[in-house]
Design a protein around this ligand. Structure first.
Ligand SMILES: Nc1nc2c(c(=O)[nH]1)N[C@H]1C(S)=C(S)[C@@H](COP(=O)(O)OP(=O)(O)OC[C@H]3O[C@@H](n4cnc5c(=O)[nH]c(N)nc54)[C@H](O)[C@@H]3O)O[C@H]1N2
Ligand SMILES: Nc1nc2c(c(=O)[nH]1)N[C@H]1C(S)=C(S)[C@@H](COP(=O)(O)OP(=O)(O)OC[C@H]3O[C@@H](n4cnc5c(=O)[nH]c(N)nc54)[C@H](O)[C@@H]3O)O[C@H]1N2
Ligand code: SF4
Ligand SMILES: [Mo]
Length: 692
């Protein structure tokens, strides 16, 4: 028996370290590394049964070619040689007729590895001159806001929660989405820290908090400015810190003065007394940590909301304090060398960039000259996970579109492909992972041979490069060589990687980034912004034609609803499901059983007005589409708001649909961000209709 070190590849900040026990080429046990300081010997409910995923009878094991109409589910097995020849022949024809811009790669977060995601998102496509993809479905607005305000995505260790006296969990549900935060949070609470959850929904996390503030969706910027108003007004701000380390605090104070408690209360639905009390508590309890994540930005005003959140700790001088400041992402430490990753300098310019949130629109006419004629999907399941899914399906049904999907399973998206290629799981390929919730690098050794004829993303891209006749050596490196190249180039410029070599990673599995002198983010008081300060006033935002100060702007869709008192639409939020990561795992029978049927939470008042009782089937519908869900009547959600968690596969649901058939493909105010949560929809009861 041998033990192989690896890590969880899924889109989760915890990036757990794992151990696989292998005998005769079979993985027999899969468990958490007991010695890892964040994983600490346990995996979440989603990934504990990873071997069920790896050895699932539903795994794709061979390349498949469609034999019936698109989406009909009729396939024949073909060889890899034939698959690669078919794809590259078709691509060459498309390039000759339309140019390489007509080819669109589409990927997101099936795996977060340096090789299987990072390098695969760049090299082949850059060389080809294919259309670029604006990867803004998840976190683009927050990234842009953090960069503009603080200059880097640096964040503390979870263990630093033990130094916090006050923790604001703002639009973040770690009990589901970052479970390894929870033991630290519990311990902090036991030591006397006060925990406040700010979320329209009473989440699993909110249940164990000391206080839950149930604000109206998308009004967070107003609440932040309202807190600042009280803080400035009562002289509780840290003026010496602001003077020394920030830019524009007086202008921000002026802006905040527009948000006195009564007005803030009217905007947010939070009682004025609660706002005043929270502001005083936040300004006078130190260290105070504002911990947030990604959900809160998925509104039309998400960029400004995140700008406001980034500014708040500065007002009370909390940046640089252990246990204080902002905990959003640690993704900025490893910041891989862009040129080593993508070799852009050796490639033609990227002809254009297509926003991934507009996939359906892009496939059905929004993107022209040339139109998209070929789509290559890997590490993503857009029909399930991307907004306005009905329009995506309409695009995928185009007879003249050539679609290839590289997948572990026959997903809702793979069903519409012309060719399906089988992908490896994390136990079957090599990778290196940096985390966005902690500050360790994780090396993932392959534990077993690929099942069937599955191949890794990078191995397929090497075959495609060869088929296209591209001879650049950086398109043909092994995964290990590619990691070494990126690691060495990055280490030459990035002190956080000092002393970290491929050999060390391979031997140790988990290696802490070199944080000497930088353990507490921004402790030096210097910020990597152009001014060296926290940019409360942001010239970078102004240069984009945006408000240089954070402000609350009501999302246009919600303003429109507010103007029509007879409008019965609810705001349908669709954050994380507890037992899936986006749509990954949502096909595993045991996890589906634990999660239960796709549901929608609705407030008793809204339910009564619509004659809905718990357990009823309801239709959620708007101008984009509809889906059928099971009602859960609960005051976990406030009136006017409903919650239908993401991830359920349409193909495993009644009517072949999920909540993303209703979600908007509008873009937010910053960085082309998705706006899943600014989703207005009618909810009505259906009499029990035909069973699917
Ligand atoms: N179990 C599980 N874990 C996951 C995922 C998953 O699907 N399932 N997804 C992974 C991914 S891709 C990501 S990006 C992260 C996301 O991690 P989180 O951001 O923690 O998760 P979300 O559920 O997307 O959103 C968090 C909360 O935002 C709330 N919210 C929505 N609108 C508003 C608002 O206007 N104001 C405020 N204050 N709150 C609002 C939602 O009610 C939700 O509880 O989690 C990762 N981890
Ligand atoms: N309604 C609603 N929808 C949302 C959100 C929301 O809040 N509300 N959140 C959004 C967010 S935050 C995100 S990040 C996106 C995520 O959206 P996606 O990136 O599309 O993520 P998944 O749906 O999990 O699909 C990932 C797929 O990659 C496959 N995969 C895993 N590993 C590999 C590999 O090594 N190679 C290949 N080829 N395939 C692999 C998995 O089998 C899975 O089918 O979803 C978004 N969708
Ligand atoms: S999904 Fe998150 S908590 Fe679960 S094993 Fe993976 S990294 Fe750990
Ligand atoms: Mo995400």
């Amino acid at each position: 028996m041998i033990r192989i070190r690896g890590c969880c590849p899924h889109d989760c900040p915890d990036t757990c370290a794992t151990i696989t026990e292998v005998e005769d080429g079979q993985a027999l046990r899969f468990y958490a590394d007991p010695d890892h300081p964040v994983t600490r010997g346990w995996l979440c409910a989603k990934v504990r049964p990873y071997l069920e995923r790896v050895y699932s009878p539903d795994r794709l094991l061979y390349p498949l070619r469609r034999t019936g109409p698109k989406g009909a589910g009729r396939w024949e097995r073909i060889s890899w040689d034939e698959a690669i020849a078919t794809i590259t022949t078709r691509w060459r024809e498309i390039i000759a007729t339309y140019g390489a811009a007509a080819i669109l790669p589409y990927s997101y977060s099936g795996t977060l590895g340096l090789v299987q995601m990072g390098i695969c998102n760049q090299r082949l496509w850059n060389r080809m001159g294919a259309s670029g993809l604006e990867r803004s479905i998840c976190s683009a607005a927050a990234h842009a806001a953090v960069m503009a305000t603080l200059g880097a995505r640096h964040g503390p260790d979870y263990a630093d929660l033990l130094h916090s006296r006050l923790i604001l969990l703002w639009g973040h549900n770690p009990a589901s989405t970052a479970p390894h935060v929870m033991p630290f949070l519990r311990q902090a609470q036991k030591q006397g820290a006060y925990v406040v959850v700010i979320d329209p929904r009473r989440t699993l996390t909110a249940r164990s908090a000391d206080e839950h503030i149930q604000l109206r969706p998308a009004t967070d910027a107003a609440l932040v400015l309202g807190l600042m108003q009280v803080i400035f007004n009562e002289g509780l701000h840290d003026e010496p810190w602001l003077e020394a380390h920030s830019l524009g605090w007086r202008a921000l104070r002026e802006r905040a003065m527009q948000y006195p408690p009564e007005r803030t209360s009217a905007l947010t639905g939070v009682p004025a007394a609660t706002i005043v009390a929270l502001a005083r508590r936040y300004a006078t309890t130190k260290p105070a940590l504002l911990k947030t994540a990604d959900g809160v930005q998925r509104h039309q005003n998400g960029g400004q909301t995140f700008r406001a959140l980034c500014c708040l700790p500065a007002v009370v001088g909390q940046y640089g304090a252990r246990g204080g400041g902002l905990a959003f992402s640690t993704g900025g430490y490893a910041a891989w060398d862009g040129e080593a990753l993508g070799h852009r300098r050796d490639c033609p310019p990227t002809p254009r960039i297509v926003n991934m949130n507009r996939l359906g629109a892009a496939l059905t006419g929004e993107v022209r000259d040339p139109p998209i004629m070929a789509l290559y999907v890997y590490g993503a399941n857009p029909v399930t996970s991307s907004p306005n899914a009905g329009l995506i399906v309409q695009g995928l049904l185009r007879e003249d579109l050539f679609t290839v999907v590289h997948e572990q399973f026959l997903t809702d998206t793979a069903r519409y492909a012309d060719l399906v290629l089988p992908a490896t799981t994390q136990l079957e390929h090599t990778d290196l992972h940096a985390a966005y919730g902690h500050r360790y690098l994780q090396y993932n050794h392959p534990a077993i041979a690929p099942r069937g004829e599955a191949r890794s993303n990078w191995d397929v891209m090497r075959l495609l490069a060869a088929g296209m006749g591209y001879t650049e050596p950086w398109l043909h490196e092994s995964a290990e060589e590619a990691i070494r190249g990126v690691l060495d180039a990055t280490r030459a410029k990035n002190p956080f990687l000092a002393g970290i070599t491929l050999e060390r990673l391979q031997a140790e599995g988990t290696v802490r980034l070199n944080l000497e002198g930088a353990d507490v983010p921004f402790a030096s008081g210097v910020f990597p912004t152009p001014s060296g300060k926290v940019e409360l006033y942001s010239a970078a935002m102004a240069a984009r034609g945006l408000d240089p100060l954070p402000d609350y702007v009501e999302p246009p869709a919600l303003r429109e609803r507010a103007a029509r008192p007879d409008d019965e639409r609810l705001i349908v939020l669709s954050g994380a499901s507890h037992h899936f990561v986006s749509s990954s795992m949502a096909n595993q029978p045991d996890l589906r059983a634990k999660e239960g049927a796709p549901f929608i939470e609705i407030n008793p008042a809204d339910a009564a007005a619509r004659g809905i009782a718990s357990g009823d089937e309801v239709v959620v519908e708007n101008e984009r589409g509809w889906c059928r869900l099971r009602a859960v009547v609960t005051d976990d959600v406030p009136p006017g708001v409903a919650v239908a968690p993401k991830g359920h596969w349409g193909s495993l649901s009644p009517d072949g649909r999920n909540i993303n058939w209703t979600t908007p493909d509008d873009l937010a105010d910053l960085a082309g961000q998705s706006t899943f949560h600014t989703n207005l929809a009618r909810v009505r009861r259906v009499s029990r209709v035909r069973e699917a």
